[in-house]
Design a protein around this ligand. Structure first.
Ligand code: ATP
Ligand code: MG
Length: 595
């Protein structure tokens, strides 16, 4: 099957970078040699390792820096919603997280118990996650904007015994359910102020921390000890619980070094909330492992404030998401250009495909392109990336990291077949065995087993590889459209729509049709101030037809005020389809915006 994606004009576009002219020599200048020489054993050897034996994420992230030269370096720079700032050095973070581990020990919480974290981006969240990992308690972060149901479902499924939250969130979202959460033995709450009444049946976290010792010796931690339970975004169905182990830290550290170009001394801002895997792997663990300073912004998205933050805090490496890029693009690049970003060295994005327009917009707004990279909750860390030292092919997710073997495969009756020819669309697969690969799906070992075929982990995403080894995202296997014998990836149609100046966002689905199988239908949200009209509709259809050809261009366009999105910002095509066909909407617990 030939890739329909081969039609996309940007396949040949390359954004050349002059590595010698970069202010700081980037990592991974010689990709091929780095790949050839890389071994995970060598990466493991770069970890500090626990004095008591084994590997513990919190030791690699915090304690290893707490006594040496980095002790007084800022580990966390917290920017409160109300303008408050709080900096924690590595030494202070080590003491605070040890206090937290001692609090758990004193409550009788054991290694292997599960702690759920439900809080906004406040210091207690970071202290709690890392402190729990010290005590070998499994951490499951929840997104603070979830309603009571998704919270209760996850705590029940994960059999959480500890919940860390704020008094306000507890009152609003948990108190009424508490009787139906029998596994929950301890609730530790952060009070907003001393007058904030402690809810019944909870402990005051600040008081417990103040009474606890700042010294905690992490016990020997077998690398296969469970560490993190992450629920997937719920883009394609009911969220799955992916379990990760302490050994994953080898990949957290290494992938941030090569794919985000991160190193000691960097000021790093990850805009993902720790309620999602990106916000934990890269919003907490990886930058600390490398001795960088983590900027934590409590506030929500606000383009003007974000530009100001990037400039004022002298952020050097910034990791964001296409949903944020699309929102910034909506407002144009003028506001971004009113600031200067002399410190900013590298920008990356993850979570959804980054349309070529997004890559270029980075150049226009910040003077540098945005580097797309790809991974999933299940992979625990970045697998495929556009690197700082490499040319960018806008629209491509880049090349596999050293230590990662990626392939395009076809499923066959008795397993899978690797497709070696370039440009052919198939399922993206990864050779199993990298350290941050998930170890199971919670309560669903069968589903976990079905993700593997021989040596390969099957990602459920469709992609193709070009002749030079760059990977191009086509779509979710579930989202691909079969029309008149063609296989059409929604991403290429959405990218073509986005190239039109009137379009802010687009979501494309296949609508069953008796003649062609499925016809391509696009849902389009327009930029502010632009009105929908039949003329505009015809113009958009013509625009896509010219770019992609008539077989792939949408047959129908519906203008909508906004697209349905997961709370992590991803377009939910399955909901567009369900609504179009009048079918049940399935799990909508992670839905953010109603169209
Ligand atoms: P669920 O598995 O519950 O349906 P989800 O797959 O969205 O939700 P995540 O693990 O958060 O949950 O997201 C991983 C998926 O996001 C990938 O499998 C891929 O489909 C998409 N994705 C992530 N990064 C990129 C990227 N750079 N380009 C294209 N798609 C991406
Ligand atoms: Mg998924």
């Amino acid at each position: 099957m030939t890739a329909p994606g081969a039609r996309v004009a940007d396949v040949t576009a390359v954004m050349h970078k002059v590595v010698d002219a970069m202010p700081v020599a980037p990592n991974l200048v010689d990709y091929d040699t780095a790949r050839a020489q890389f071994s995970w054993d060598a990466a493991r050897a770069r970890l500090a390792g626990l004095p008591a034996g084994g590997v513990n994420i919190a030791h690699e992230a915090v304690d290893r820096h707490a006594t040496g030269d980095a002790a007084q370096t800022a580990a966390l720079r917290w920017l409160g919603r109300d303008g408050t700032r709080r900096t924690l050095t590595y030494a202070e973070l080590a003491a605070e997280t040890s206090r937290f581990a001692n609090v758990l020990a004193a409550l009788g919480v054991h290694a292997g118990d599960v702690l759920f974290m439900l809080a906004g981006r406040v210091p207690a969240l970071y202290i709690g996650v890392l402190g729990a990992l010290k005590h070998r308690v499994v951490v499951s972060p929840l997104f603070a904007a979830f309603g009571p149901d998704p919270i209760a479902t996850r705590i029940r499924r994960g059999e959480g015994s500890v919940l860390v939250t704020t008094a306000a969130l507890y009152r609003r979202k948990v108190a009424a359910m508490r009787a139906h959460l029998p596994s929950l033995s301890h609730v530790l709450v952060v009070r907003e102020s001393p007058d904030d009444v402690l809810p019944e049946g909870t402990h005051d976290l600040a008081a417990l921390l103040a009474a606890a010792s700042p010294v905690y010796h992490i016990a020997a931690t077998d690398p296969e000890t469970p560490a993190l339970l992450h629920f997937t975004s719920g883009t394609t169905g009911t969220p799955k619980g992916a379990l990760h182990v302490h050994a994953a830290v080898t990949a957290h550290r290494e992938t941030a070094r090569v794919a985000l170009d991160l190193r000691a001394g960097d000021v790093f801002w990850c805009t993902a909330d720790p309620g999602w895997v990106t916000g934990t792997s890269y919003g907490i663990i990886a930058p600390l492992c490398l001795g960088a300073t983590l900027v934590v912004d409590e506030g929500d998205y606000d383009a003007e404030r974000w530009y100001d933050l990037l400039a004022r805090e002298a952020v050097t490496v910034w990791y964001t998401a296409p949903t944020a890029v699309r929102m910034m693009m909506k407002g144009g690049s003028g506001a971004a250009r009113r600031h200067v970003y002399p410190a900013l060295r590298f920008i990356a994005s993850v979570g959804e495909p980054l349309n070529p327009q997004g890559v270029h917009w980075g150049l226009e707004a910040f003077g540098q392109p945005i580097h797309d990279n790809w991974w999933q909750t299940e992979t625990g860390g970045i697998m495929i990336a556009n690197f700082a030292a490499s040319d960018i092919r806008p629209g491509s997710m880049g090349r596999p990291l050293p230590g990662i073997d990626a392939a395009i495969i076809a499923r066959t009756d008795d397993g899978v077949r690797v497709i070696d020819e370039p440009g052919v669309q198939g399922e993206l697969a990864l050779r199993r065995g990298w350290p941050s690969m998930f170890r199971t799906y919670l309560h669903d070992a069968d589903r976990y087993a079905r993700c593997f075929a021989g040596a390969w982990y099957l990602t459920g995403d469709l992609a193709r590889r070009d002749a030079d080894g760059w990977f191009w995202f086509v779509g979710r296997a579930d989202d691909v459209i079969k029309s008149s014998g063609h296989l059409i990836g929604p991403f290429e149609v959405e990218s073509a729509l986005l190239a039109h100046p009137a379009v802010a966002e687009a979501g494309v689905i296949g609508k069953p049709d008796p003649t062609v199988g499925e016809l391509v239908k696009a849902f389009v949200a327009l930029k502010p101030g632009i009105a929908a009209s039949p003329t505009l509709e015809r113009e958009l259809l013509a625009h896509v037809r010219t770019r992609l050809g008539p077989a792939v261009a949408p047959r129908e366009i519906a203008f909508v005020p906004a697209l349905p999105r997961t709370r992590s910002g991803k377009i939910m095509r399955r909901l567009l389809k369900a609504r179009e066909l009048g079918l049940p909407e399935g799990d909508t617990s992670t839905l953010e915006t109603m169209a």
